[in-house]
Design a protein around this ligand. Structure first.
Ligand code: FHN
Length: 615
């Protein structure tokens, strides 16, 4: 990341909302914030782990959230509880005994491990990671350490994890377990137990839960199911570091090749799991990382959550993650009977067909040489090749790229090898897609460019190509006397949103500067997206580039009602204002500077500025 002053803490409103969305956090968690709960900001300390090679090359995994909550599907005692499906015990305040008794109804007769694994395979995924035990404490495997398991407490009686492990081994898919090590809502000494704690309870009694359930169960998982590729821990919260250390020791002893994600807590882990559903628009500097995402909004099945991602959107999100240097784990939520909802099967099959044709640009690919994406799509790379993933076909049929420190020797469409016209003048390349108009195209056409050497880029400035709209995000700026803050919050079915803002303008000397690489001089229509409270209304701002400038006033942007499933304060709304036309007269590197002229309060929070060619 090129910004040096970026801060990951949430802005006040969003942070309050976020904490109210997770009322189970204790006071210590609240002080430390969500970073501690996810452990996401800890750069992996074990980046030398040999299994990271496959992790980095494979790119794409299936995440599965499945348990008793899937059978409830969002309904308890005839009433729908909107929110994250697997949190229904918390949302509906289901008493521990009632929740445990529900296991007698769990009978996933339609579960077909082979079909599930084959779906992952058809989708182009290389690994499956499933919730062996989520926060509710119910184990989908046989365990001597608990009676609250699929084998002992349900009419189904068979070990679901064994079936899936065997099917993965047969089909050549890597297999891993999600395990909630800290939260266990049905264990009297577990984190955030939902019943009355036993008399004399002290927080140190977590030790009992840890030694009597976590250690034996993790041992079982790493002993009875063959080679385990990943053990995926979650919500470490304020769990003392010694427990994370103990788990690392256990996993390393039992299966040294098994990877551990950063949500083990305590600064441990072999790679970083970013915040849920976070696809960073600018390359993060956190070592090896992944984004976990869902096919809809909730993780586990809930009848009301029908916001399915389309096959194209799934491919786009995968490409964006790979283009920023990460790996993508996409979740499916099977129903209680073991079947996967039809829209998921369709979307994964169709996106898998795209990958079957275009996988060369994903598997084993490296990040784009550019730290950010483009308005038309994104780039992945391999050796001397660049792969341009065209999400939105350019209106004039031309893709313009600058600052390429190598010469193109060939251009073709990856899926059918048909040649594509191009012209390179110095470091600027124009790819001409006009002749492709009207031809049948894959979900995302990929242009494969071959160069005479590795492609290097000398500056990461946003390219202003004179054709498409360029977006300048807050996190792409360099700031002085103001700050770049992350705001993240959860919406209706548990989906996390992540935004960054330039805010906290301390003085009229403050400024945010975006570097531009202008390929076409001319007039650009400028818009700005911001949020501003009452105290910041009527601030005056100057946006300048070279000798040209625009002066404007910011208004209070108002509030949106809280869209989360938990009560909470309203969220400050964003407002988009068109500021006018800016004449950029110089080709090459320019600086777009935003500064207050009359500052009220701490000013507004700027999310993005866009520049659209005007004529
Ligand atoms: O609380 C869990 C949630 O239910 C889900 O399992 C996600 C997946 O990343 N992790 C936690 C919240 O971040």
């Amino acid at each position: 990341m090129k910004t040096s002053t970026i801060s990951w803490k949430s802005c006040a409103t969003a942070f309050a909302l976020l904490l109210s969305s997770y009322p189970l956090l204790n006071a210590a968690d609240k002080e430390k914030g969500m970073e501690e709960m996810w452990g996401e900001d800890t750069v992996a300390i074990n980046a030398g782990h040999p299994s990271l090679k496959w992790f980095v090359e494979d790119k794409y995994a299936m995440f599965i959230h499945w348990g008793l909550y899937s059978d409830m599907g969002g309904i308890w005692n005839g009433k729908t509880y909107y929110g994250i499906g697997e949190w229904i015990m918390h949302m509906a305040e289901i008493p521990v005994d009632d929740y445990k008794a529900y296991a007698s109804q769990f009978n996933p007769q339609k579960f077909d491990a082979k079909a599930m694994v084959q779906l992952a395979k058809a989708a182009g995924m290389k690994t499956i990671v499933i919730t062996s035990k989520h926060h509710d404490g119910f184990a989908l495997f046989d365990s001597a350490a608990s009676d609250f398991t699929v084998t002992k407490a349900t009419p189904y009686k068979r070990d679901l994890m064994k079936q899936l492990a065997d099917a993965c081994a047969e089909e050549g898919i890597r297999f891993g377990f999600y395990y909630s090590q800290n939260q266990d809502w049905t264990e009297p000494y577990g984190g955030n137990y939902k019943g009355e704690r036993p008399a004399g309870y002290t927080p140190e009694d977590f030790d009992i839960y840890f030694n009597e359930k976590v250690v034996p169960q993790v041992t079982e998982l790493l002993t009875n199911y063959g080679d385990i590729a990943v053990i995926w821990f979650d919500t470490p919260g304020s769990m003392p570091k010694k427990y994370s250390a103990k788990l690392v020791e256990l996993v390393t002893d039992l299966q040294p090749d098994c990877l551990i994600n950063s949500r083990i807590g305590g600064g441990y882990g072999d790679y970083v799991s970013l915040g849920d559903m976070h696809i960073p628009p600018v390359r993060p500097d956190v070592g090896v990382w992944e984004t976990v995402d869902t096919t809809n909004d909730s993780w586990s099945y809930a009848w009301y959550d029908q916001n399915w991602k389309s096959p194209k959107l799934i491919c786009e999100r995968l490409v964006q993650v790979v283009a920023r240097g990460g790996s993508y784990m996409l979740n499916v939520g099977p129903k209680g009977d073991g079947t996967i909802p039809a829209p998921v099967v369709e979307a994964l099959t169709a996106s898998g067909e795209w990958l079957a044709e275009n996988g060369e640009a994903i598997y084993g690919a490296s990040a784009s040489p550019f730290d950010q994406g483009f308005s038309w799509g994104d780039i992945t790379t391999k050796g001397n090749e660049l792969y341009l993933h065209v999400f939105d076909w350019p209106v004039e049929g031309i893709l313009r790229l600058a600052d390429l420190r190598a010469n193109v020797t060939g251009a073709s469409l990856l899926h059918d090898s048909s040649t594509v016209a191009y012209q390179q003048k110095g470091t600027v390349l124009e790819v001409n897609l006009e002749s492709q108009v009207g031809r049948e195209m894959p979900l995302i056409p990929v242009v494969k460019l071959t160069f005479d050497g590795p492609v290097q880029v000398s500056n990461q400035a946003t390219q202003i190509d004179g054709i498409t709209t360029a977006t300048l995000l807050a996190e792409m700026s360099t700031v002085e006397d103001c700050a770049i803050e992350e705001s993240r919050w959860m919406e209706k079915f548990g989906e996390w949103k992540h935004d960054y803002y330039v805010e906290e303008w301390n003085s009229e000397d403050a400024k945010a500067v975006w570097e531009l690489n202008v390929l076409a001089a001319g007039e650009y229509l400028v818009s700005i997206e911001y949020s501003a409270g009452n105290d910041a209304a009527d601030s005056e701002w100057v946006l300048s580039c070279g000798d040209e400038s625009i002066t404007f006033v910011s208004f209070e942007s108002g509030f949106d009602s809280n869209k989360s499933f938990q009560p909470g304060p309203p969220r400050q709304r964003n407002f988009v204002a068109t500021l006018g036309v800016l004449d950029i007269t110089k080709v090459g590197v320019n600086h777009l500077e935003l500064a207050p002229r009359k500052l009220m309060g701490r000013g507004f929070g700027v999310k993005r500025i866009t520049l659209t060619p005007y004529r």
